[in-house]
Structures are given as structure tokens and as C-alpha cells.
Design a protein around this ligand. Structure first.
Ligand SMILES: C[C@H](O)[C@H](O)[C@H]1CNC2=NC(N)=NC(=O)C2=N1
Length: 176
């Protein structure tokens, strides 16, 4: 047993020294890191008008309903309706516009909720088509009387937002 311990400490010592040296000179700018974490910019698809898209994205994200995805390559929003039928109707309307635009969402549905993420796969990133389709979703949701959803706090939002299993299984009336 003592042999194992002394072998272990021999291995650890040089590693400790190396990591101490590295921690004395941070390889990034703290100011830049702070601004990225508080107000991250989307990663736009190549070939897009970044200035125009940046303004459009900022306008869309302003009220907090659409949020920037964690990888910054897309935008996402949760919709909620009174019934499953309304939710399905909403998804059908969006699907018809996807066909026209030749642009498709990453989405999921549980009962009366739909989670939609718009991102462009080729070229990768956020594009004008994503912004356009997000607006299309907003318009259809309004027409169908989407319900307001309480906004999640920063601490409460999950790394992979969407719908949780069991989201449909709450007693009637307690659903937010
Ligand atoms: C040929 C066709 O237009 C492309 O494959 C489309 C289809 N739908 C798409 N949808 C999304 N979200 N991103 C794309 O890059 C994409 N490409």
C-alpha cells in the first residue's frame, strides 16, 4: 500500500507545478468574456448581411420570447396553446410555410406546447431565413391565441431547452 501512495505522489507533483504556471497568465481578456456572457452575439451564416441581420435578431430577441441558442447558431422559443388541437394547427401552418421557404425547424411537441429552434444547417449559423421563419411563427401563434408563458430565469434555463417528459402530465388548471 505505501508503495502505491509514493508512486502516486511522484506522478502528481509535476502536474501541479504545470497548472500553477498556466493559471498566472490568463489567455483571454476578462472584459471581452464578460460582455460575451451578458450580451452574446449570434453566429451568422456565411454570406449574410451581418449588420442587417444583427439588427433584425436584436429586435426579435428584445422581448425575451425568442432566445439565442447556447451555441449562438440559432434562436428558439416555446409556444403554448389551449389545446393539443390548436398546437397541431399551429405546427401545420408553420409546416406549410416551411415548404414554401424550403427551410425547416428543429422542433418538438408535447400536448399543448411546441418548442421551435431556427438555425441554418448550410451554411451553418443564423440566417435571414431563420429570422423570417421566427416572425412567421409569431404571426401564426398570435392568430391562434397562443398563451403567455412565464419567462425562465437565467438560473432556471436548461442547457438543452425544449420540452421535458411529463410536461403534459399536470392537473388541468395548474399548467402555466
Ligand atoms: C435544398 C434545400 O433547400 C436545403 O437542403 C434546405 C432545406 N431546409 C433547411 N432548413 C434549415 N433549417 N437549414 C438548411 O440549411 C436547410 N436547407
Amino acid at each position: 500500500m505505501p508503495t502505491v501512495l509514493s508512486r502516486g505522489s511522484q506522478i502528481l507533483r509535476p502536474l501541479h507545478r504545470a497548472s500553477f504556471k498556466q493559471s498566472r497568465s490568463p489567455p483571454f481578456c476578462w472584459k471581452q468574456l464578460l460582455s460575451m456572457s451578458t450580451n452574446p452575439e449570434p453566429l451568422f451564416s456565411e454570406g449574410e448581411d451581418h449588420e442587417q441581420l444583427s439588427n433584425d435578431a436584436a429586435a426579435l430577441l428584445a422581448d425575451g420570447e425568442w432566445t439565442l441558442s447556447h451555441d449562438r447558431k440559432g434562436i428558439e422559443r416555446r409556444f403554448q396553446f389551449k389545446t393539443f388541437n390548436k398546437t397541431w394547427e399551429f405546427m401545420n401552418l408553420v409546416a406549410a410555410d416551411c415548404k414554401k421557404m424550403k427551410h425547416h425547424p428543429e422542433w418538438s411537441n408535447i400536448y399543448n406546447k411546441a418548442h421551435i429552434r431556427w438555425t441554418t444547417h448550410s451554411p451553418i449559423g443564423l440566417s435571414a431565413k431563420d429570422i423570417h421563419m421566427a416572425r412567421v411563427c409569431n404571426a401564426h401563434a398570435e392568430t391562434l391565441g397562443a398563451l403567455p408563458i412565464p419567462q425562465e430565469t437565467e438560473a432556471g434555463s436548461s442547457a438543452t431547452p425544449g420540452l421535458e417528459a411529463g410536461d403534459c402530465c399536470v392537473p388541468k388548471g395548474t399548467n402555466p
